[in-house]
Design a protein around this ligand. Structure first.
Ligand code: CA2
Length: 140
């Protein structure tokens, strides 16, 4: 099994500010958790992060025919991007949405998730551990 984990804007800044919302672990720790989980489960993984909406659309399109599933945290694009929603629908791969915080309990503008409409599961509020849960869910 092969998966891609896609992270959206500013997630590369994890651990630098707002630890009360996103925890104190940095992006390298998140990459480590993803790789350790995938190694333990015998899953091949690609990890991709971008601050650019079009690059994320390209990464989703590029997953078509190459991977078996997608774990995605579109970050702020969760709440704005119909392009990411359409890309997820276009590739038709099983996708799991992850959020480190629980957007439902935050500002009103975080309560809509476009990407989530194309995902088979959404995991929120577990910190970076949510990525492990998402990978295990995709594995089934
Ligand atoms: O909780 C999540 O995982 C989010 O996807 C994180 C996004 C936010 O826009 C979503 O509503 C929920 C923000 C990621 C930015 O992360 C930061 C990292 C360091 C300092 C400040 C923000």
């Amino acid at each position: 099994m092969k998966i891609i984990v896609i992270n959206g804007p500013n997630l590369n800044m994890l651990g630098i500010r707002e630890p009360e919302i996103y925890g104190s672990e940095n992006y390298s720790a998140l990459e480590g958790l993803i790789r350790e989980t995938c190694d333990a489960e015998g899953i091949e993984v690609e990890i991709f992060q971008s601050n650019h909406e079009g690059a994320i659309v390209d990464a989703i399109q590029g997953a078509h025919g190459r991977v078996d599933g997608i774990v995605i945290n579109p970050a702020a694009y969760t709440h704005t991007s119909i392009a990411i929603l359409d890309a997820l629908k276009a590739v038709g791969l099983p996708a799991v949405e992850v959020h480190i915080s629980d957007p439902e309990t935050r500002e009103e503008f975080r309560r809509v998730s476009y990407a989530g409409l194309a995902c088979i599961k959404t995991i929120v509020g577990l910190g970076i551990e949510g990525y492990r849960q998402a990978i295990l869910f995709l594995k089934g």
